[in-house]
Design a protein around this ligand. Structure first.
Ligand code: GLN
Length: 199
């Protein structure tokens, strides 16, 4: 099984390290040929505007979007969630997304005062202790379609905001499990979305 981590910008190395902990040697991908050869894709945290601009500049945007639409198992963290959304509430000018999840996201949703914070989350489908979630200028899911399953939420001012969602072969989290040393979200992705692939 070839798991590619999109390596245009962002914390792709941390995702590779986390996959390594699970015995999967991921591949840093940044060419069309590499993206054509992978069986699963991880979109890292970083800056979603930059990643989408670079994907366009390198002629990868349509390819990635098409592969996701055709059922490529894909996981995105933070900027990766934004890139997988159907729509961004407050996009940077000209910012487009690959799509894959029927969600509307709000960028930098947690507000300028609280650029980053940590929280312990109940993550539906992950057993044991709660998942330590690190949010860094993170988005949340503002609204979502009927096909989307919410796996984790954060309660702010009495309102639950989804921060982990799945639909079809696509998983996304607002937070960064790749930087906490806890590989259970990646394991969840591999077990739930990639188990039919030859290992
Ligand atoms: N705020 C960033 C964006 O809009 C995401 C931040 C992150 O990935 N940590 O892309």
């Amino acid at each position: 099984m070839k798991v590619g981590v999109l390596a245009l910008q962002g914390d792709f190395r941390e995702h590779l390290t986390t996959l390594e902990q699970l015995g999967v040697s991921g591949i840093a991908v940044k060419t069309a040929q590499e993206i054509n050869e992978i069986d699963a894709l991880v979109l890292p945290g970083g800056e979603s505007t930059t990643i989408s601009k670079l994907a366009k500049a390198f002629g990868l945007f349509e390819l990635i979007s098409n592969r996701i639409a055709q059922g490529l198992p894909t996981y995105g963290s933070c900027a990766g969630m934004i890139l997988l959304s159907r729509e961004i509430l407050d996009p940077a000018s000209g910012q487009e997304t690959f799509g894959g999840l029927d969600i509307l996201v709000r960028r930098n949703a947690f507000g300028k005062q609280v650029d980053s914070f940590e929280s312990d989350l109940d993550f539906h489908g992950i057993e044991g202790k709660s998942v330590r979630a690190v949010f860094i200028r993170a988005p949340w899911v503002e609204s979502y379609g009927a096909g989307v399953e919410v796996l984790a939420s954060v309660l702010i001012d009495g309102v639950n905001h989804p921060v982990a969602v799945r639909q079809g072969k696509v998983l996304a989290t607002s937070f960064h499990p790749e930087i906490t040393g806890d590989s259970r979200v990646h394991k969840y992705f591999l077990d739930q979305f990639c188990s039919d692939l030859v290992k």
